[in-house]
Every structure is written in C-alpha cells, then in structure tokens.
Design a protein around this ligand. Structure first.
Ligand code: ATP
Length: 577
C-alpha cells in the first residue's frame, strides 16, 4: 500500500483517504452480496415443492424482511462509499494541482525554457483528472473487488470445493490474457499521450496566433496542421479503445466459458449422486453473479496499467529541484558581478562579465540586440543561476538567498507587461498585497494611471480581461509602474519601457519612472542611448562581453562601440519616412 502512495505521489491525507475509500468499497461489495444471498435462499425455498417439501410461508416473510434490511444496508454502504471515494479523490486532485502550482513558482526559469506551456497545463489538468479517476473509480473498487472475490472463493470452496474449482478454473487464463496485452496497451497509451500533447499545443498556437493567421491569410495551412493533429488524436483514441476492448472482451469470453464448465461438472456430480439438486441450483445461480466483479477487475486492471504514464510526468515535474536558499533579509543594496559566465543552452551568452553597482546609483546596460542586456538583469534577479562566477547583493551571494526573499528587494518594469484577468485595482495591488485602498490609489495617481482608469466603465473595479487585452501599450506600462511604486523596493530593474510608445505616453511614463527611481539602486536596459546620458555609469555589452564602461562623456571620448552606437542613433533621429 505504501508503494501505491509513492507511485501516486499522494499527500498523507490523500493516502489515509485512499485507505478509507478501499475499506468503504470493500464493505459495499460485501454488503452487495446480501441481496444475492437473500435471492438464493428465496430460490431455495421456492424450489422445495420439487423435492417433495412444503414451502414455509414463515421463512418467506423472514426472507422478505431480510431483503428490506439488505436494501437499506446497500443504500447506506453505497452512500458512505461515494463520500469516501469520490469526494476524497476530488480533494486530493485539487491538493495535487495546488502542489504543482506552488512548486512551479519555485522552479528555476531553465525548467520553463525546456517545457512547453501546454505540457504543464496537461500536467495540472488532464494528469490530475486521470489521477482523480484512478483514486475514485479504479483503485478502491479494484482492491475491494479482489477482496470480495477472494472471500466468495473461500466460502464456495467450503460449500463445495469441486464446484468452486469449476467456477474459477478459467480465471488464471483471463488474467494471463490481460497481462500479455499489457505491453501493447502501454505503448498505445504512451503514444496517445504524445499525440494529445501535440494537439493541445497546436490548438494553443492556433488560438494565440489567430491575429497573424488572419492578417497573413494563413487560415488554410495553419488549419490543415491543426486538422492533422486532431485527426491523429481521433485515430489513436480508436486504436487504444480497440486494443483494450479486444483484450477485455477476449478475457471475458474465456472467463464466461467457466459457466459451461460449471454446468458440466455440476451435471457429473449430480448424476454421480455427489451433490443435491437444491445446492447445485443455488451454486449455478451464484456462479452467474460472481463473474460481474471479476470482469470489473479485468477492466480496472487495464486502466491501472496507465498509472505509470500519468504519474511519471507529474513525478518529473514535482521532483525537479526548486531553487534553494536561506530566508535572509537583504539590507544593503550594492550589486557586484564577479567573472560571471552564463548560457541558456550549451553556448555561453554572458562571458566573464565583472562590474559593480553602488547603492543608490543609476546604471545603464547598453549594446546591440542580443548582446545579453536582459540576461544580465535576469541573472541579478536570480531567474537563472550563473554557470561560473558570482553575483552578490549587499555582499551576499544571490544563490544563498531564497528567491522569494530576494524578490522582496526588487521591482521590475519590463516591456512586456503581464496583467491578470482581474480588476484594475487588484492588478495594481499585485505590487503589494497588503496595501490599503488609499495606497493603491496614490500609486496609480503617481504613475499617471488615475485619469484613464476613471474613464473605464467600472473605474478601479473594471475587469481587465485576459492579459489586459482591453488596454493600450502605454496604459499597461503605467499600471506596471504603479505596481512597482506600490512595492517600493530598493532595487529597480527597468527594461527600457518607453521603446515603442507615442510621445504623449512616453512623457507620462518618463515622469512616472522618475518618481519610481528616486533614491533607488537602478539598473536600466536602454535601447535609445539619449535616455542614458545622465546615468552614473554605462556598461556597454557586445556579444555577451563587457567591452566598455564609464559615464556618457567618458565613453564618448573613448571613441569605441558606445560612440559608434550613439552616432548611428543620432543620425537615425533625423530620418523621416
Ligand atoms: N530563454 C532563452 N533561451 C535561449 N536563449 C535565449 C533566451 N533568452 C535569450 N536568449 C539568447 O541569449 C542571447 C542574449 O539575449 P538577451 O535577451 O539577453 O539580449 P538583449 O541584449 O537583451 O537583446 P535585445 O536588445 O534584443 O532585447 C541572445 O542570443 C538570445 O537569443
């Protein structure tokens, strides 16, 4: 049983609930035998005239009473069984989904680099649902059926071992058939999981790219790719059903051949005078009922074979090591990079970079596209851990600080702002979940959001829709600045937020940023060099290396890459289309 706990990755509560569910199912199965036993006894009583005995009406009334009691017991047992299996399994699946969500939060970004979003969604939804149905409709009934069939087998053996042998003689062959088909089923099921993943990733891509599909007239070709993925899903689903159908039906045929053997042995025994007619008829009646639970075991076993495929993916996710660190509070905010090297894959994109950023200063990261500016800011925030070298904040290696503690001292303003499908108010409060209404409003005003929020249908209570699709680029960025203002973190990471905005929005955002960075340690990634001329230091990156650093004036005098980039941009400012 504890192996099952490990295999299903159950919580302590889930494991104890599973044991209770198995007990409840077993009780239901045993109680369910009562009506059959009453029916057999009734049958026996009604057949008495054929053996020259008289029917006892007293016994018939008693059996009727027993039947009513059996029906009540069946109802109570089934109710208890439902509560213990279904409700407990829904609770456990929801606990597992939360466990996955909680764990995902702690994983390094490198994990998301290698995993498809639809894969993780499948983990959280489909795999947890499969686990839910294993916990409710497969494992407890399977174990309960095994227990009750064994009990019946023992009772029958006491009653007449020869007939018991006849009833169960085909059972080993049926299990052998299911066991031999296991490999084929597993192979098909693994394939089905891959095909389903491919289809869900195609659907996601189709929906996400719907704008581009319309704009570029890609409807036909994209649709046929999606169509192929869905057709593949249909084909494999039919093959999986066909394989398990053939196996279970084949096994069930063999099993029910036992009925013929039972009748044959019964006839032999009665003609040899070795069994009475009434017990024989009752045994015949019982044997027709015993195959039901055995058939249920067969189909539950085939579902159980898939358990590995379902749980292996969940296990991979839940056992991926989280980023570790101590709950240290950062109290000094100077940043230092010592010989830092890093790569997302095998190739290094940051190569032996060293620099330091004093507390309260403004540092600009500049350089050609792909030179590694964003990567450096993400390494400082410990979205990834460095490959070689060290990054420290306030003298502490960031790898020794628990990521959520580290995040408390940093605010981000990125170009791609993520907004949640929630109210504007709650979207701003993301910056500080303990902020009061007044503080949220004050941050919104300081970030020049108040005016456009008041124009929304329900003001601060307007729901923004998925990823704030109803707001303009400038409005989204001002909300992200309001969040950062509310967080009031001592270190600010800015990915040039005004890169693609109209002049009016740009002025508002520059003013909001000016308020945000007052007295803070600021690292800004700048694409337009005229925005960094006042920075305390400018770090120039090229192909992952730090090639120049200094103030604007110093770098202009050096006549190097910065000087060249600055002049190219100045010239382009004069261009007109
Ligand atoms: N998640 C990722 N996985 C793999 N490679 C990545 C990833 N993010 C960035 N890179 C690669 O790392 C290199 C540096 O990228 P980075 O985004 O840091 O450059 P950047 O200077 O900020 O570029 P830009 O100015 O265009 O935003 C690039 O070659 C890029 O293709």
């Amino acid at each position: 049983m504890s192996k099952l706990k490990e295999k299903l990755m159950l919580s302590e509560k889930g494991y104890s609930d599973l044991k209770k569910a198995i007990t409840a199912c077993t009780i239901t199965n045993i109680v369910l035998l009562l009506p059959s036993m009453v029916a057999c006894l009734l049958f026996w009583e009604l057949l008495k005239p054929f053996t020259g005995e008289a029917i006892s009406w007293d016994a018939l009334w008693k059996l009727l009473g027993l039947g009513v009691v059996a029906a009540i017991l069946v109802f109570l047992a089934a109710k208890n069984d439902y509560r213990k299996t279904y409700i407990a399994s829904y609770k456990e699946a929801s606990t597992t989904r939360l466990r996955i969500a909680e764990h995902l939060r702690k994983l390094p970004m490198s994990f998301f680099n290698t995993k498809d979003l639809s894969d993780i969604t499948t983990n959280m939804m489909a795999d947890c649902s499969s686990m839910e149905s294993m916990l409710s409709s497969t494992i407890p009934p399977l174990i309960a059926n095994i227990i009750s069939v064994t009990l019946i087998c023992i009772c029958l053996a006491f009653f007449d071992w020869r007939m018991a042998l006849a009833i169960f003689c085909t059972m080993p062959i049926t299990f052998l058939i299911i066991w031999c088909g296991r490999k084929l089923q597993l192979r098909l099921f693994d394939k089905q999981v891959d095909v389903k993943l491919e289809a869900s990733s195609q659907i996601q891509e189709y929906l996400e790219g719907i704008k581009i599909i319309k704009a570029c007239g890609l409807g036909g070709s994209r649709f046929s790719t999606l169509d192929k993925a869905l057709q593949a899903m249909r084909k494999i689903a039919i093959r999986v059903e066909l394989a398990s159908g053939i196996l279970v039906q084949g096994a069930s045929l063999v099993l029910q051949a036992g009925l013929g053997i039972t009748i044959f042995i019964g006839t032999v025994l009665i003609t040899g005078g070795q069994i009475e007619l009434l017990p024989l008829l009752v045994l015949f009646m019982f044997s027709t009922q015993i195959y039901g639970p055995i058939l249920a075991i067969l189909s539950q076993l085939t579902s159980l074979f898939h358990l590995g495929t379902v749980t292996n993916r969940m296990r991979t996710l839940l056992t991926t090591p989280a980023m570790e660190g101590e709950d240290k509070d950062v109290s000094k905010y100077d940043i230092e990079l010592k010989s830092v090297t890093f790569g997302y894959n095998q190739d290094d994109v940051i190569k032996d970079v060293s620099f330091s950023i004093p507390t309260g200063s403004v540092t600009a990261l500049v350089g050609p596209s792909g030179s590694g500016k964003s990567t450096i800011s993400k390494l400082i925030a410990r979205f990834w851990d460095v490959r070689k070298g060290q990054i420290s904040i306030g003298g502490m290696d960031v790898r020794t600080i628990e990521p959520e503690h580290l995040m408390r001292c940093m605010s981000f303003v990125f170009q791609d702002v993520t907004l949640f499908n929630d109210t504007v108010f709650n979207n701003i409060r993301v910056g500080n979940m303990n902020a009061t209404e007044e503080q949220v409003m004050a941050a919104a005003k300081a970030a020049y959001c108040n005016e456009f929020i008041q124009r929304l249908p329900d003001g601060y209570q307007t729901i923004l829709g998925e990823n704030g699709s109803t707001l303009s680029g400038g409005e989204r960025q001002r909300i992200s600045i309001a969040r950062a203002l509310l967080k009031d973190a001592p270190i600010i990471l800015l990915d040039e937020a005004t890169a693609s905005l109209d002049p009016e929005n740009e002025v508002l955002i520059q003013r909001a940023i000016a308020k945000l960075v007052e007295g803070k340690t600021v690292i800004m990634i700048a694409h337009r060099l005229r925005t960094v001329v006042d920075a305390d230091q400018i770090l120039v990156l090229d192909n992952g290396r730090l090639v120049e650093h200094g103030t604007h004036d110093e770098l202009m005098k050096k006549n190097g890459l910065y000087h060249k980039l600055f002049h190219i941009q100045q010239e382009s400012l004069g261009w007109a289309v």
